[in-house]
Design a protein around this ligand. Sequence first.
Ligand SMILES: Nc1ncnc2c1ncn2[C@@H]1O[C@H](COP(=O)(O)OP(=O)(O)O)[C@@H](O)[C@H]1O
Ligand SMILES: [Mg+2]
Length: 348
Amino acid sequence: MFSNKNYSPRQLATICSFIISLAVGILLFFFVRNKWIAVFSFVLLFIGCYFLISYAIDSFVYRQIKLIYKIISQTKASKKEEFYYKNFLPQKRIDEVTEDVEKWAAQSKKEIEILQQNEKFRKEFLQNLSHELKTPIFSIQGYVDTLLNGALHNSEVNIKFLQSAERNIDRLVNLLDDLDEISKLESGELKLNNKNFIIQDLVKDVFESLYIKLKEKEINYHIKKGCEQPLMVYADKEKIRQVIINLVDNAIKYGKQNGIIEAGFYKLEDKKVLVEVTDDGSGIAEEHRLRIFERFYRTDHARSRKVGGSGLGLAICKHIIEAHEEKIQVRSTIDVGTTFNFSLTSAK
Ligand SMILES: Nc1ncnc2c1ncn2[C@@H]1O[C@H](COP(=O)(O)OP(=O)(O)O)[C@@H](O)[C@H]1O
Ligand SMILES: [Mg+2]
């Protein structure tokens, strides 16, 4: 009878009182042989047992359960909760209580996992940061030491060493700028200053600002055929400029000499515009493709070629695009090339 169903304390009290009072009522009927006494005793006993059993369950079991609820909600019970404990909790079946506790345990486990994950990120971040700082600082130290130890008067190398030291200082400054940017983005300080602008014009601006780098590698850069028709978007123009600068800068750095960089623009359904930057460079292997948006992540290839860069560029792009509630994605084939695309909202 009790095996396949869990009863609430009220139901349990009713069933137990009924069984006891029925048994006593039947016994009385047989012994006293008076129908009315039996019925009267049944009713009286039923009421008495019901309150007694309810009280017993409430004090011995539900007081403990209330305590569990207080612990899992981790607060001093408010008026609303007190009302809940008094009126709704006794209606709950034990399996419902178990369910609540299990839900709480799962939630706590998730919170602990997030904390552990954050801790891992923090450790990795510090490790990466100290590594990124060490490399240029040690090399500046090396050049300065060599110069002080006599190379300063060697006109064949002195300027070259100073220029190398300067390059490393530039690298440090870039790293600090990127760090500054990413810490602002991650602390949620980024406030978007959205306005309408034509996305093609912004990309042309970026091509112009990177003209020297593009010429150095003799790259053929242009807007894809059929994508010239001006598309007006609604976004933070300066932040999107930063995204496009980083994508084109990557396309130059990881693209080949005499390569091609193309920008494409497509109107999507639901009032969105897709922006694409494509190169015909080295491409990115699948195992790296999943990770390039992480802070400091660079492929070994990118590290060993010493093309510079902090590995923070794409992490910054992702932050900016996600702050716009849009997505950035990458497609790539080794030795064929890479396409980055992101969506924006069409002008209002
Ligand atoms: N267009 C591209 N072609 C090939 N690899 C790329 C391209 N863009 C990015 N990558 C890879 O992704 C990594 C992360 O890019 P990013 O965050 O901009 O860092 P950085 O430019 O400082 O190296 C790069 O180091 C490189 O390995
Ligand atoms: Mg970059």
